[in-house]
Design a protein around this ligand. Structure first.
Ligand code: SAM
Length: 411
């Protein structure tokens, strides 16, 4: 069957199993496949109801071959991964029409080569990807020795590392939780086909969802109006690009929640005694960090606090809010923060260089994603520097500063 036919069969399977919806699968230029409104929809309308028996979760694993080996107390995340693996190789699976329309692979950075990871130009992100690689290897090895090998009749020697990665990444990139405490992971057919809104926020359209324990169904309802044919979004949360690329393999354009991580200099104070006194003080506040997050949409409170403490002349015993916010001191702090960011920006390729590179045809998909990622980060830092200039301007013209000054800039 062609992809279109598979998708049609999937939608028929949903309907014949009691799923009601005002969504259909559709391909969009900017995001690829997503869900489109089948009619005009008003805010707060339920657009998708998925009955419990269609949901892939630990409870429903009891209806599969896994029931022979799992008890109530099994770790639900591992159960759902094993369930996906087993159902994927079972031609008679109840979920076969759904599994057929899932992507055949997920390209998350933990699978990338060291060379590809280094193109991200982000040491911390590279470390996170490598931690994910270790987590994935450990989880597979553990399941393989404690489960797959122990129950050959159930698993029939088909539980390969590749199949495991496919199942784990499906849960990582398209799973939901059935409870607020996040103890019941689940794969919810059709809800998992909804894309995260593309940015900037003026085209930000979204829906929300919850699992209704009484009705025993997962419901998605819109928060705004949609016209027939428009893409209906679901919000994956206010995440930064590093999180999106690690867990979803995607990078957005102008994500307002993006952040970059910067490392301050330790050359602020030549007096070693004073420097270590301040570091002890920051330690106690949990602020003596190697790297600080610099957000697009939020003031980097931690970085500012740390720089304020490093640069102040008065004894630490006098430290209080009033002392923090003297105009003269604050202007010094802004300049120092700006210096930190600019040093970081100068050590990287410019936005224009990255754009030029992206225009070349020779890149693989992964390489393109990595260059896109670092260009977005450079953009964030640039936007951040202009916010600092605005902040400095405001401080100078109003001749006063305080915690409110931040909120006037970072709205
Ligand atoms: C929950 S699935 C959504 C359905 C998916 N597009 C599909 O066709 O199966 C999440 C994946 O969709 C893609 N995606 C979601 N939102 C996106 C967006 N705004 N732009 C580009 N890709 C997006 C990413 O590949 C992500 O890992």
């Amino acid at each position: 069957m062609s992809r279109d036919q598979d998708e049609k069969a999937f939608e028929e399977w949903l309907t014949s199993n009691g799923c009601t919806r005002r969504l259909t699968l559709q391909s969009f230029d900017d995001t690829g496949r997503g869900t489109a409104a089948t009619a005009d929809i008003q805010a707060d309308e339920v657009v998708l109801s998925v009955p419990f028996h269609l949901i892939m979760c630990a409870e429903n694993a009891q209806r599969t071959a896994l029931s022979q080996i799992i008890g109530e107390s099994e770790e639900p995340f591992a159960v759902i991964v094993c369930m996906l693996m087993l159902e994927k190789v079972n031609p008679d699976s109840f979920w076969a029409p759904f599994l057929k329309v899932l992507p055949s692979d997920f390209d998350l950075p933990y699978m990338w080569s060291d060379e590809e990871l280094s193109l991200l130009d982000d040491d911390l992100l590279r470390e996170e990807a490598m931690e994910m690689r270790t987590f994935t290897t450990d989880m597979y090895d553990e399941l393989n020795s404690a489960v797959f090998q122990v129950f050959p009749d159930v698993f029939c020697g088909k539980m390969t590392r590749k199949l495991f990665e496919w199942a784990l990444d499906a849960v990582r990139s398209r799973g939901h939780w059935l409870d607020e405490a996040r103890t019941r992971p689940a794969l919810i057919p059709m809800a998992d086909m909804m894309n995260h809104p593309t940015f900037p926020p003026k085209v930000y359209k979204w829906a929300d969802y919850y699992y209704d324990n009484d009705k025993k169904q997962f419901e998605v309802y819109t928060r705004i109006d949609y016209r027939k044919g428009e893409q209906v979004w679901i919000d994956y949360g206010t995440k930064e690009d590093g999180n999106f690329i690690l867990n979803y393999g995607m990078v957005l354009l102008n994500n307002p929640y993006n952040h970059a991580k910067v490392t301050p200099t330790d050359s602020w104070l030549s007096d070693v005694e004073k420097l270590s006194q301040k570091q002890r003080f920051l330690d106690r506040m949990g602020l003596s960090l190697d790297t600080y997050k610099v957000y697009n949409a939020l003031p980097p409170q931690e970085l500012f606090l740390a720089v304020r403490v490093y640069l102040m002349d008065a004894p630490l015993s006098l430290l209080d809010k009033h002392l923090f916010y003297t105009l003269e001191h604050e202007l010094k702090v802004i300049d120092a923060v700006r210096g930190i960011i600019e040093r970081d920006v100068e050590s990287r390729r410019t936005i224009e260089e990255n754009t030029r590179l992206l225009d070349e045809d020779s890149w693989s998909e992964r390489e393109k994603k990595a260059i896109w990622y670092r260009r977005e980060r450079s953009k964030s830092l640039k936007r951040f520097v202009s916010s600092l200039d605005e902040l400095k301007n405001l401080c100078s013209t109003e001749s006063r500063v305080g915690p409110d000054t931040f909120s006037q800039i970072w709205k």
